[in-house]
Design a protein around this ligand. Structure first.
Ligand code: HEM
Length: 153
Protein backbone atom coordinates (compact mmCIF):
# COMPACT_ATOMS: atom_id res chain seq x y z
CA UNK A 1 0.00 0.00 0.00
CA UNK A 2 2.73 2.51 1.04
CA UNK A 3 4.85 1.74 -2.01
CA UNK A 4 1.91 2.12 -4.39
CA UNK A 5 0.85 5.46 -2.87
CA UNK A 6 4.43 6.73 -2.93
CA UNK A 7 4.90 5.70 -6.58
CA UNK A 8 1.72 7.55 -7.61
CA UNK A 9 2.75 10.49 -5.40
CA UNK A 10 6.21 10.79 -6.98
CA UNK A 11 5.01 10.15 -10.57
CA UNK A 12 2.38 12.86 -10.09
CA UNK A 13 5.08 15.28 -8.91
CA UNK A 14 7.12 14.42 -12.03
CA UNK A 15 4.13 15.11 -14.33
CA UNK A 16 3.21 18.33 -12.46
CA UNK A 17 6.72 19.82 -12.60
CA UNK A 18 7.77 18.22 -15.92
CA UNK A 19 4.72 19.42 -17.84
CA UNK A 20 5.03 22.67 -15.90
CA UNK A 21 8.53 23.21 -17.27
CA UNK A 22 7.28 22.48 -20.79
CA UNK A 23 4.44 24.98 -20.30
CA UNK A 24 7.04 27.55 -19.31
CA UNK A 25 8.77 27.10 -22.69
CA UNK A 26 5.43 27.32 -24.47
CA UNK A 27 4.58 30.50 -22.57
CA UNK A 28 7.90 32.03 -23.67
CA UNK A 29 7.03 31.28 -27.32
CA UNK A 30 3.45 32.54 -26.78
CA UNK A 31 4.69 35.89 -25.52
CA UNK A 32 7.21 36.17 -28.39
CA UNK A 33 4.34 35.51 -30.85
CA UNK A 34 2.05 38.17 -29.31
CA UNK A 35 -0.29 39.65 -31.97
CA UNK A 36 0.62 37.11 -34.68
CA UNK A 37 -1.44 34.18 -35.99
CA UNK A 38 1.07 31.85 -34.30
CA UNK A 39 -0.10 33.14 -30.90
CA UNK A 40 -3.59 31.68 -31.38
CA UNK A 41 -2.17 28.33 -32.62
CA UNK A 42 0.16 28.13 -29.61
CA UNK A 43 -2.67 29.01 -27.21
CA UNK A 44 -4.86 26.29 -28.72
CA UNK A 45 -1.95 23.86 -28.25
CA UNK A 46 -1.39 25.04 -24.66
CA UNK A 47 -5.06 24.56 -23.75
CA UNK A 48 -5.36 21.22 -25.57
CA UNK A 49 -2.61 19.64 -23.44
CA UNK A 50 -3.17 21.55 -20.19
CA UNK A 51 -5.20 18.92 -18.25
CA UNK A 52 -2.34 16.69 -16.96
CA UNK A 53 -0.95 19.47 -14.71
CA UNK A 54 -4.08 20.16 -12.59
CA UNK A 55 -4.84 16.40 -12.45
CA UNK A 56 -1.29 15.61 -11.29
CA UNK A 57 -1.37 18.46 -8.73
CA UNK A 58 -4.57 17.08 -7.21
CA UNK A 59 -3.11 13.55 -7.24
CA UNK A 60 -0.05 14.76 -5.28
CA UNK A 61 -2.39 16.29 -2.68
CA UNK A 62 -4.68 13.25 -2.49
CA UNK A 63 -1.93 10.60 -2.30
CA UNK A 64 -0.03 12.79 0.16
CA UNK A 65 -3.06 13.19 2.43
CA UNK A 66 -3.82 9.45 2.17
CA UNK A 67 -0.25 8.59 3.17
CA UNK A 68 -0.36 11.10 6.02
CA UNK A 69 -3.47 9.34 7.35
CA UNK A 70 -2.86 5.68 6.47
CA UNK A 71 0.86 5.70 7.39
CA UNK A 72 0.27 7.74 10.53
CA UNK A 73 2.47 10.67 9.56
CA UNK A 74 -0.37 13.05 10.46
CA UNK A 75 -0.64 16.74 9.58
CA UNK A 76 1.73 19.52 10.60
CA UNK A 77 3.54 17.12 12.99
CA UNK A 78 7.00 17.03 11.39
CA UNK A 79 8.79 20.12 10.06
CA UNK A 80 9.56 18.67 6.60
CA UNK A 81 6.13 17.18 6.04
CA UNK A 82 4.31 20.09 7.70
CA UNK A 83 6.12 22.50 5.40
CA UNK A 84 5.06 20.43 2.37
CA UNK A 85 1.49 20.43 3.65
CA UNK A 86 1.54 24.22 4.10
CA UNK A 87 2.99 24.58 0.58
CA UNK A 88 0.26 22.34 -0.80
CA UNK A 89 -2.47 24.33 0.97
CA UNK A 90 -1.02 27.44 -0.68
CA UNK A 91 -0.92 25.68 -4.06
CA UNK A 92 -4.55 24.55 -3.70
CA UNK A 93 -5.72 28.09 -2.81
CA UNK A 94 -3.98 29.51 -5.91
CA UNK A 95 -5.27 26.54 -7.92
CA UNK A 96 -8.88 27.30 -6.91
CA UNK A 97 -8.45 30.94 -7.90
CA UNK A 98 -6.88 30.34 -11.34
CA UNK A 99 -9.22 27.56 -12.50
CA UNK A 100 -12.25 29.84 -13.23
CA UNK A 101 -10.28 32.36 -15.42
CA UNK A 102 -8.49 29.43 -17.09
CA UNK A 103 -11.85 27.85 -17.98
CA UNK A 104 -13.05 31.25 -19.24
CA UNK A 105 -9.90 31.53 -21.40
CA UNK A 106 -10.56 28.05 -22.83
CA UNK A 107 -14.16 29.02 -23.57
CA UNK A 108 -13.12 32.19 -25.44
CA UNK A 109 -10.62 30.29 -27.61
CA UNK A 110 -12.99 27.37 -28.25
CA UNK A 111 -15.85 29.64 -29.34
CA UNK A 112 -13.75 31.54 -31.92
CA UNK A 113 -15.09 31.29 -35.49
CA UNK A 114 -12.80 29.28 -37.82
CA UNK A 115 -11.85 32.38 -39.84
CA UNK A 116 -10.41 34.18 -36.77
CA UNK A 117 -6.63 33.90 -36.84
CA UNK A 118 -5.55 36.16 -33.95
CA UNK A 119 -5.96 35.62 -30.20
CA UNK A 120 -8.51 38.14 -28.85
CA UNK A 121 -7.07 40.76 -26.48
CA UNK A 122 -9.46 39.58 -23.71
CA UNK A 123 -7.91 36.08 -23.88
CA UNK A 124 -4.34 37.42 -23.89
CA UNK A 125 -5.08 39.62 -20.86
CA UNK A 126 -6.63 36.65 -19.00
CA UNK A 127 -3.57 34.50 -19.74
CA UNK A 128 -1.21 37.28 -18.59
CA UNK A 129 -3.16 37.44 -15.33
CA UNK A 130 -3.12 33.65 -14.72
CA UNK A 131 0.38 32.72 -15.89
CA UNK A 132 2.51 34.24 -13.07
CA UNK A 133 0.44 32.23 -10.54
CA UNK A 134 1.16 29.02 -12.46
CA UNK A 135 4.87 29.80 -12.03
CA UNK A 136 4.39 30.42 -8.29
CA UNK A 137 2.69 27.00 -7.92
CA UNK A 138 5.55 25.30 -9.75
CA UNK A 139 8.15 26.99 -7.52
CA UNK A 140 6.20 25.86 -4.43
CA UNK A 141 6.11 22.30 -5.82
CA UNK A 142 9.85 22.32 -6.51
CA UNK A 143 10.49 23.64 -2.99
CA UNK A 144 8.43 20.77 -1.58
CA UNK A 145 10.70 18.28 -3.35
CA UNK A 146 13.63 19.60 -1.31
CA UNK A 147 11.70 19.18 1.94
CA UNK A 148 10.58 15.69 0.91
CA UNK A 149 14.10 14.48 0.10
CA UNK A 150 16.18 16.29 2.74
CA UNK A 151 13.49 15.97 5.45
CA UNK A 152 14.77 19.12 7.22
CA UNK A 153 14.07 19.59 10.92
C1 HEM B 1 3.53 20.00 -2.39
C2 HEM B 1 4.01 19.13 -3.20
C3 HEM B 1 4.64 17.81 -2.79
C4 HEM B 1 5.77 17.27 -3.32
C5 HEM B 1 6.60 17.87 -4.43
C6 HEM B 1 6.01 16.02 -2.64
C7 HEM B 1 7.08 15.17 -2.93
C8 HEM B 1 7.35 14.01 -2.22
C9 HEM B 1 8.49 13.14 -2.49
C10 HEM B 1 9.52 13.37 -3.60
C11 HEM B 1 8.46 12.14 -1.56
C12 HEM B 1 9.45 10.96 -1.44
C13 HEM B 1 10.49 11.33 -0.42
C14 HEM B 1 11.38 10.15 -0.10
O1 HEM B 1 10.99 9.00 -0.23
O2 HEM B 1 12.52 10.42 0.34
C15 HEM B 1 7.33 12.38 -0.71
C16 HEM B 1 6.99 11.59 0.36
C17 HEM B 1 5.88 11.82 1.14
N1 HEM B 1 4.93 12.79 0.98
FE1 HEM B 1 4.95 14.26 -0.40
N2 HEM B 1 5.04 15.81 -1.71
C18 HEM B 1 4.17 16.89 -1.77
C19 HEM B 1 3.06 17.09 -0.99
C20 HEM B 1 2.66 16.25 0.02
C21 HEM B 1 1.51 16.48 0.86
C22 HEM B 1 0.56 17.67 0.71
C23 HEM B 1 1.46 15.46 1.77
C24 HEM B 1 0.47 15.21 2.88
C25 HEM B 1 -0.67 15.82 3.03
C26 HEM B 1 2.58 14.58 1.48
C27 HEM B 1 2.88 13.44 2.19
C28 HEM B 1 4.00 12.67 1.97
C29 HEM B 1 4.37 11.54 2.83
C30 HEM B 1 3.60 11.06 4.06
C31 HEM B 1 5.57 11.02 2.32
C32 HEM B 1 6.43 9.89 2.91
C33 HEM B 1 5.87 8.60 2.68
C34 HEM B 1 6.79 7.55 3.31
O3 HEM B 1 7.97 7.55 3.01
O4 HEM B 1 6.26 6.77 4.10
N3 HEM B 1 3.30 15.09 0.41
N4 HEM B 1 6.67 13.52 -1.14
Amino acid sequence: MRELLLVVHILSVIVWLGCGLYELFLTYELKKARGTNLELDLMRFYLKYSAPVPIATLLVAMTGATMAIVLDWGFFQQFWLGTKQVLMVGVLIIFASVIPPFIKLGGIVKSLPADVTALPEEAAVLFDRIEPWLVVMRIMGALAVFFAVFKFG
